[in-house]
Ligand binder design. Structure first.
Ligand SMILES: Nc1nc2c(ncn2[C@@H]2O[C@H](COP(=O)(O)OP(=O)(O)OP(=O)(O)O)[C@@H](O)[C@H]2O)c(=O)[nH]1
Ligand SMILES: [Mg+2]
Length: 307
């Protein structure tokens, strides 16, 4: 990919990221399943970016795109994430395209038309896409629908967030990684995760999520992670569940578009509207949304006394 092509793609992705619901609906092609999308998620600071840097280099076969979703304030604008990935010198590798996106409105990782951005990258012919997202809870559900393989990274000492996550998140990832295996507590944490997963194992038929230990200190730990990603992706393909994935994608996308339209419609309400009974306010907002079925921004809600 030439520098010119990179800049052009980057501009296109910015336009997509900023697209309104109406323009997002112009890009309504189905999920592009041409390349594997691997989601790497977990609490802040567990080492996701560092790990992605090493994983990217070690599993680079043709070309690769790395998208980092930065949930931090618009002030940092995703720059910090990008820099962290570049720390491991991926910028020197012409076959890797890196893009960070600062999320704005949504807490479920689905803001900024990320599904459309992933689709655009898949259509651009990248061999694989790695998606970094930081978060616990809601974020994972949104990401789950967008990726083929989901890797959850935790590390010793990430404390309360891991505690909170262990209760709810265990059913979502395909692969668990305890990173910073060089730090004390890593093995205990991995064993704890394994015990929790075992309790739920019965509900999973074809795949038991492995719990792997990784560390930047020891590159051989990446081999195991790469093998697990490959094995899972092979299973995803062999299960012939393209339709299932396409459906999950559609559901997630439509849910996020409607949520954004709801927010737009609510923005046009005035103080008086909010004194209405919920059923009436609901009817108004629902009418505003369906009145503009093409996704264009809703006009001001009709007031009770207007007609
Ligand atoms: N000891 C140790 N430190 C690590 C390891 N991997 C990453 N770190 C350090 O952990 C810190 C956070 O690393 P990042 O890769 O930025 O973590 P992140 O999960 O991407 O962080 P956010 O994007 O802010 O959520 C950095 O200081 C890294 O040098 C590891 O295997 N062992
Ligand atoms: Mg990071």
């Amino acid at each position: 990919m030439t520098a010119y092509e990179r800049r052009r793609l980057s501009r296109e992705l910015s336009a997509l990221a900023n697209a309104s619901v109406a323009s997002a609906l112009q890009h309504d092609e189905a999920r592009n399943q041409a390349c594997a999308i691997v989601g790497i998620t977990g609490p802040p600071g567990v080492g996701k970016s560092t790990l992605i840097g090493s994983v990217a280099l070690s599993r680079l076969r043709s070309t690769m795109a790395i998208v980092a979703i930065d949930p931090s304030s618009p002030l940092s604008g995703g720059a910090i994430l990008g820099d962290r990935i570049r720390m491991v010198d991926l910028s020197e590798e012409p076959r890797i395209f890196i893009r960070s996106l600062a999320t704005r409105a949504s807490r479920d990782g689905m803001a900024d038309n990320i599904p459309l951005i992933l689709n655009r990258l898949a259509s651009a012919g990248f061999g694989e896409i790695l998606l970094e997202s930081t978060g616990v809870g809601q974020v994972e559900y949104g990401i789950r629908a967008m990726v083929d393989t989901m890797v959850l990274v935790i590390s010793p000492g990430a404390g309360d967030q891991i505690q909170a996550m262990k209760s709810g998140i265990v059913e979502i990832p395909d692969i668990f990684v305890v990173n910073k295996a060089d730090l004390p507590g890593a093995i205990d944490l991995a064993n704890e995760m394994r015990a929790i997963i075992r309790l739920r194992e019965k509900s999973r038929r074809s795949w038991t999520p492995p719990v792997l230990l990784t560390s930047t200190e020891d590159k051989s730990t990446l081999t195991e992670l790469n093998a697990a990603i490959d094995a899972h992706h092979k299973l995803v393909l062999s299960e012939g569940n393209r339709d299932v994935r396409a459906r999950a994608w559609q559901i997630q996308l439509i849910t996020s578009l409607i949520a954004r339209r709801t927010a737009e419609a609510l923005n046009t309400c005035d103080a008086e509207d909010f004194t209405l009974p919920v059923s009436k306010l609901y009817a108004k907002v629902a009418a505003a949304i369906s009145a503009t079925g093409d996704g264009s921004a809703p006009t001001r809600l009709r007031r009770e006394h207007d007609g």
